[in-house]
Ligand binder design. Structure first.
Ligand code: SF4
Ligand code: MG
Length: 292
């Protein structure tokens, strides 16, 4: 993929973190704003592009890795977090972002999601949630309301209650939980800065409308509001806030200093610098140990 060169002596701008590949998303897709928010956050943090990796699964939103100029890997369906965890284990000095959609992350990838939450490696995971499978032309996903009857496979709705991603992350042990909205790209960028700085697994639930298959989501801009509270470190209080909410409040809801899991460490440690894997983290050492 072609990369745009950043000036060597000037501070990087959000544009420097974009590749020159033109996104193929539909006009008005929320994922454009997620791309802008990610590149803004990386520029604000002044992270060198070679120190960042973006790992994605499959789906419209998972194309995002190709649109950035950091290291990227467009993986297989639902496996972004498995790949991201492996990369972080092998290259603990990298800032590793994983991203994808609600179908990718909460259906086939659901098992990886809950275990990534409880494992608490130092990763940032962004789910771009539009409550639909967009790439395959509009089927119900794990976050679709039970009475949504416009999906070709579910003309009477699914009749199944949706996942509440923030509540799921809290129950599974995530140490940072936030919700952002693509109609507020600057707010989303601020959340991403906090998420990337957080030592541990940071989950960012990004409400990202699909105007093609869920045009009614264009109303979200009138429904979204900020959490008018500070983040809590009390999981009981966080659970109360998440359950009392209609899913339209945005901001950081929960942050805790759980031990960060570092493969090769003695059961994890809290905060601080990233540790290494056995054998010092070099690929040669890992290959020797695994006899590859
Ligand atoms: Fe975005 Fe929906 Fe188009 Fe996919 S189908 S690119 S999610 S608007
Ligand atoms: Mg989706």
């Amino acid at each position: 993929m072609s990369r745009t060169a950043a000036p060597a002596t000037m501070a990087a701008t959000p544009k420097d973190y974009k590749s020159d590949i033109k996104p193929v998303w539909c006009p008005g897709c929320g994922d454009f704003a997620v791309l802008n928010a990610i590149t803004k956050a990386l520029a604000f943090l002044e992270l060198p592009r070679e120190a960042v990796a973006m790992i994605t699964g499959i789906g419209c939103s998972s194309r995002i890795a190709a649109y950035t100029s950091v290291y990227g890997f467009h993986g297989v369906h639902g496996r972004a977090l498995a790949l991201a965890a492996g990369l972080k284990a092998a290259r603990p000095e990298l800032t590793v972002l994983a991203a994808g959609g609600d179908g990718d992350g909460l259906s086939i990838g659901g098992n990886h999601f809950i275990h990534a939450c409880r494992r608490n490696m130092d990763l940032t995971y962004i789910i771009m949630d539009n409550e639909v499978y967009g790439m395959t032309k509009g089927q119900a996903s794990p976050t679709t309301a039970p009475d949504w009857a416009d999906g070709k496979l579910t003309p009477r709705g699914t009749g199944i209650r949706p996942f509440q991603p923030a509540g799921l992350a809290l129950a599974a042990g995530a140490s940072f939980i936030a919700r952002g909205f693509t109609g507020d790209p600057n707010g989303l960028a601020k959340i991403l800065v906090e998420a990337i700085r957080h030592p541990g697994f940071a989950f960012v639930h990004a409400l990202s409308p699909c105007p093609t298959f869920r045009p009614e989501q264009m109303e979200w801009k009138r429904q979204v509001r900020g959490f008018d509270i500070e983040p809590t470190d009390d999981p009981v209080e966080a659970a109360r806030r998440i359950q009392a909410d209609d899913g339209m409040s945005i901001g950081v809801v929960y942050r805790n200093a759980y031990p960060v899991f570092r493969p090769g460490g003695a059961g994890g440690e809290s905060g601080g610098e990233s540790g290494g894997v056995r054998g010092g983290g070099s690929m040669a050492a890992i290959e020797r140990e695994l006899r590859l």
